[in-house]
Design a protein around this ligand. Structure first.
Ligand code: GLV
Ligand code: MN
Ligand code: MN
Length: 407
């Protein structure tokens, strides 16, 4: 099957007709449909399907029976989305994995080492708040009990949601056997910036990932009447929250870093009432960990000072953290050489975006291929890659898999 047909078959799944954005949250109907798409494509290609203990999906192209077993070359990405996300962030890497296998088979390639396509669960943390949930569980950096107790916005635990989706939360935990069977992981992903566009290249290679994390801030004040409460009598949590947003912007600029409040919940949320609480999520990223920690400390100090000034309490809690990732330089130069041999010059780019490859990089050689995104927009329905560039990404991935899994 050609890439275009494969891609088109996934496009309607989980797309909101009003916004055109994707709402593919873990263990929902949209997630089930994405999983079904994955399983269908694996079986259609006679790949061996595996759901690991953390609900991550694997489609294995095994070596012929009787051949010596060697470690698996894995590719793939994720199928979940942020709220109203774009089509490409995640799914492009999974679809490209299947399409690359098709291309290799058309050429008559027989792998000397197994190849696998993976779809990791909840990479975006869109439902339970922890980014790269599936790969963190697999690598053991997230404890299974802590994961089981995570709650979504409606108070549903991860354990309950998994059970509802027919998965057993008691099985969550590190998958050492599976990890030990992998020789390398190469994730293809849409670029979430415009560097490749500026360089006139369809495909790039990742250098590393900025350290980043998410912090939850709870501002607790006192609910009261918007029409009768005198200004000096208010304990309005919205005010220190607003001051913190501005402080975050300033701190980010002063550290050449990034700080974003993209999710905020005023409680109880009446238009004619002062909130009792404001819950807000800070996403912070910087080129190095020292700068990141200094920036977050500065933002936290600003939040406490503003809260004090308004008679409001503030609590700050880390929800997830990813240290700086430097992808394996040996693997990267091998891939660059392979691509150069196919006439592809792949610029090497750093990124501020998190990826499952970054989590796996702590355990095995990992690399990433980026596909050009002309506008650079991501985490938005406007995210886009041209079909020709997607095809170029598939060809590059096929070349890389052929190199790594060939004789
Ligand atoms: C994932 O896309 C992230 O960087 O948050
Ligand atoms: Mn993303
Ligand atoms: Mn992604």
């Amino acid at each position: 099957m050609g890439f275009a047909e494969l891609w088109d078959s996934l496009l309607p799944v989980g797309r909101d007709p009003g916004t055109g954005g994707y709402r593919r949250f873990s263990f929902t109907a949209a997630d089930a449909a994405c999983r079904e798409w994955f399983c269908h494509n694996a079986l259609e290609r006679s790949l061996r399907l595996q759901t690991d203990r953390n609900g991550n999906l694997w489609a294995h192209w095994d070596v012929p029976v009787g051949w010596p077993s060697d470690s698996t070359i894995a590719t793939g990405s994720h199928l979940d989305s942020v709220p109203d996300g774009g089509a490409y962030d995640g799914p492009l890497g999974v679809a490209a994995g299947f399409a690359a296998i098709d291309l290799l088979r058309e050429r008559g390639f027989v792998p000397a080492r197994p190849i696998a396509v993976a779809a990791f669960g909840e990479e975006e943390g869109g439902r339970f708040g922890v980014a790269c949930l599936g790969s963190r569980l697999l690598t053991g950096v997230l404890a299974p009990q802590a994961a089981r107790e995570l709650r979504d916005g409606d108070g549903v635990t991860l354990a309950e949601a998994m059970t509802g989706a027919g998965l057993d939360p008691a099985r969550l935990g590190a998958g050492d056997e599976l990890l030990d069977s992998l020789g390398a992981f190469v994730e293809l992903h849409i670029e979430q910036g415009r560097a490749l566009h500026g360089l006139g290249a369809a495909v790039g290679l990742a250098e590393g990932i900025w350290p980043h994390g998410r912090w939850r801030l709870d501002f607790t004040g006192r609910a009261d009447h918007a029409g009768t409460t005198r200004l000096p009598d208010r304990r309005d949590p919205m005010l220190p929250y607003a001051a913190t947003v501005l402080a975050a912007r300033q701190a980010a600029a002063s550290h050449a870093a990034l700080a974003t409040f993209g999710k905020v919940i005023p409680e109880p949320g009446g238009a004619n009432a002062i909130c009792s609480a404001v819950r807000a999520w800070l996403d912070a990223r910087a080129p190095d960990e020292a700068a990141l920690h200094r920036m977050v400390e500065q933002i936290e100090a600003a939040a406490r000072q503003a809260a004090d000034g308004h008679g409001v309490e503030v609590g700050v809690r880390l929800e997830s953290f990813t240290p700086r990732v430097d992808f394996d330089p040996g693997l990267r130069s091998r891939l660059a050489g392979t691509l150069a041999g196919c006439g592809i010059t792949a610029p090497v780019l750093p990124t501020g975006a998190g990826h499952d490859a970054g989590i796996l990089a702590a355990r095995l050689p990992a690399a990433m291929l980026f596909v050009r995104n002309p506008s650079g927009v991501s985490h938005s329905p406007a995210e886009h890659a041209d079909p020709a560039d997607c095809e170029a990404g598939v060809a590059a991935l096929a070349a890389v898999l052929e190199e790594l899994a060939g004789r």
